[in-house]
Design a protein around this ligand. Structure first.
Ligand code: FES
Length: 94
């Protein structure tokens, strides 16, 4: 099973392959912050420290929101990604 790690909080979780990051975080106590949950506000923006290749592919909606809310290279939206392998996440404070 893939391991999902929140580096700032020092927390790791085993998740099923293909898990929605949003659904997992809503069902478990994780440090990840969400707002709209539908890919439009940017609150859930994070940068994968490792395992970016293990996240679902970025679609236009996610790309458009990221362009509006951050210029950070490699940033993703937590409410839209699925986890397909080991990923380490850094979200400010998480
Ligand atoms: S929670 Fe709003 S974009 Fe993800």
């Amino acid at each position: 099973m893939p391991t999902l790690t929140f580096s700032a909080a020092g927390q790791s979780f085993e998740v099923s392959e293909g898990t929605s990051l949003l659904e997992f975080c809503l069902e478990n106590e994780t440090p990840m912050r969400f707002g709209c949950t539908v890919g439009s506000c940017g609150t859930c923006c994070f940068v994968p420290e490792s395992g970016a290749e293990n996240l679902s592919e970025m679609e236009d909606e996610e790309r458009d929101t990221l362009e509006m809310c951050t210029g950070e290279e490699g940033a993703r939206l937590g409410c839209l990604v699925k986890v397909h392998g080991d990923v380490t996440i850094r979200q400010d404070g998480a």
